[in-house]
Design a protein around this ligand. Sequence first.
Ligand SMILES: CC(=O)N[C@H]1[C@@H](OP(=O)(O)OP(=O)(O)OC[C@H]2O[C@@H](n3ccc(=O)[nH]c3=O)[C@H](O)[C@@H]2O)O[C@H](CO)[C@H](O)[C@@H]1O
Ligand SMILES: [Mn+2]
Length: 307
Amino acid sequence: MASASYSELIIYNPKANIFKYWLHYKQPSAVDARRDIATVSSWLAPIVWEGTFDPTLIDNVYKPKNLTIATTVFVVGKYMIFLKDFLESAEAHYFVGYRVHYYIFTDQPEAIPNVKLGEERKLIVLKVPSSNRWQDISMGRMAALEKLTESELDNKADYIFCFDVDAKFYARWSVETLSHLVAVIHPWYYNYPREQFTNERRPESEAFIPADEGDFYYAGGAFGGTVQEVHDLTKTCTEKQSIDRAKSIEALWHDESHLNKYFLYNKPSKLLSPEYLWRDINAGSNEVKVIRFTSVAKNMAEVRPNA
Ligand SMILES: CC(=O)N[C@H]1[C@@H](OP(=O)(O)OP(=O)(O)OC[C@H]2O[C@@H](n3ccc(=O)[nH]c3=O)[C@H](O)[C@@H]2O)O[C@H](CO)[C@H](O)[C@@H]1O
Ligand SMILES: [Mn+2]
């Protein structure tokens, strides 16, 4: 056993549903924790930061559950240039050692790059139409995800995460992120007062949030949860977006505005710190000790159909 890795030193007995440990890990503490960040919301949802979980321990809790993680990404028009890095970096850092099914929604199935996937990981390509407004491509994701979570994923996945493609993984994103309904705290607003959040402020829009409401400002570029929860979320956002469209109003930050409205009334059960969707790999901050996933700088005029 001398060469065995930590995880191999644990015996799981499914019948008794117990773990038998003979490895040593740091004792969890009720009093000793990072003091520079909040680790729980006021509705008792954990906020996941570096130092709040033990990766080895949490892997051993989740590994026996044999989970499947559906992972969606939309790649329409020129955003195809981002897909290779997104997938290769996910293979290096995202749920490594777990079953991951990527769902790639694209208008150009023939252009999907050939990326070598790990064991138990596969890629499913789904065709979506193109559009001449980037806002419609971004918002259109909600309806496509509503459909996917309704039909495709029944019994095929336990959890789902939905991502922007203009982004790249640089460090672990794994089972510590799993929960019923998961939101990522936006990297630009995590320490802003709520009245400065860029929520939709026109009461005519379904995404309207008054200046004295709002918990956190959440990013549109990553969210997830169980298939059922993400189905409810995407169904609601699709409905609200079409009510707005019928009134010829478009929320300030499109799907992100509707997502924020949804999370205000349906509190996420787990919050991911901005480590999980940072601004840029070259940007720093006192609180973010590990950049796990970050937006990639893009030339809007070059990649968007209408910039
Ligand atoms: C990091 C983050 O929180 N991003 C959010 C933010 O802006 P972003 O500037 O990050 O939006 P974006 O241009 O990345 O568009 C969102 C996503 O739509 C897809 N796409 C878009 C245009 C296109 O021509 N082709 C294409 O495939 C692609 O997957 C892209 O990542 O606000 C948007 C709404 O305004 C969305 O809520 C984004 O999720
Ligand atoms: Mn983006």
